[in-house]
Design a protein around this ligand. Structure first.
Ligand SMILES: [Zn+2]
Length: 272
């Protein structure tokens, strides 16, 4: 993407010099904000699995752009994870802390001349909250959108999973695959044994599945904290999911930059 002075060779906001950021703003650039979690991901995956995935998708998407350019803010590492606090290592922020963080970052981004921002989420528990955060960014003159990366490619994931039926789960087939692709040195796949794994197909068949959000209840559903068939994890699947989501996110950002995003794109059909 361009010559050695082209700011888009480096898409991370915090690695640029000040005039490079100004040049992207002047070119109508879009700001991307990854958010994830620091939370238990079974006995076999690192705590930063969600933040690492969201950041990887976002940076890869930004590198595919250039016209319009996009910059990636440092990720918000922590999310809303109270239901995992019974497992070692999990950290959780209060919802109001997350909303305040996004609002403060949005105010700064707007101050430096940007008008569009996309929040890219990697943690299921954040999904409702990032929609609220995007709504509140209008107070700073930003047109914002929020999405979870797996929602960009549901059919692609469904076509490629062997056990988990296209669900992202938690530390199951898809997230284990992503870990094995992005940071294999931190994955202990020999600890991902079948008896740990709650069956996502059974959960998906429960009454009212898909009609309501309820947070995970590991004491009832999965005392190991694993939802999905982790032993099926394979790096090839992780690479495909990350690259396909990045490609789709880049297309979405082009729509955002063109001022072309209908509200229904981000609310699943119910506009207001
Ligand atoms: Zn996760």
């Amino acid at each position: 993407m361009g010559g050695e002075d082209d700011p888009m060779d480096e898409v991370r906001w915090h690695k640029l010099r000040r005039e490079q950021v100004a040049a992207v703003a002047a070119a109508g650039g879009v700001v991307l904000l990854p958010i994830g979690s620091v939370e238990q991901h079974g006995p076999h995956l690192p705590l930063d699995t969600d933040t690492d995935a969201a950041t990887a998708v976002t940076e890869r998407a930004a590198r595919r752009l250039g016209d319009p350019p996009a910059l990636v803010l440092p990720p918000i590492w922590w999310g809303l994870s109270p239901y995992w606090m019974g497992f070692p290592g999990t950290l959780t922020l209060r919802p109001e802390t997350i909303l305040a963080l996004v609002a403060d970052l949005g105010a700064g981004v707007a101050r430096h001349g940007f008008r569009r921002l996309v929040i890219v989420n990697g943690h299921g528990g954040n999904a409702g909250l990032v929609g609220v955060a995007a709504t509140l960014l209008a107070d700073h003159g930003l047109r914002a959108a929020a999405l979870s990366y797996w929602d960009l490619i549901p059919a692609e994931i469904a076509a490629r999973t062997r056990h988990d039926g296209g669900s992202i789960g938690h530390a199951g087939e898809v997230e284990t695959s992503i870990g094995l692709f992005l940071q294999p040195d931190l994955v202990r796949q020999e600890l991902a044994t079948p008896e740990l794994c709650a069956d996502l197909a059974a959960l998906a068949a429960a009454p009212f599945a898909g009609a309501a959000y309820a947070p995970p209840d590991p004491a009832r559903d999965s005392p190991s904290g694993v939802y999905g068939f982790a032993p099926a994890g394979r790096p090839e699947l992780g690479e495909e999911v990350i690259e396909l989501a990045a490609e789709r996110l880049a297309a979405f950002v082009r729509h955002v930059a063109a001022g072309d995003v209908p509200a229904a794109t981000v609310t699943g059909g119910e506009v207001g």
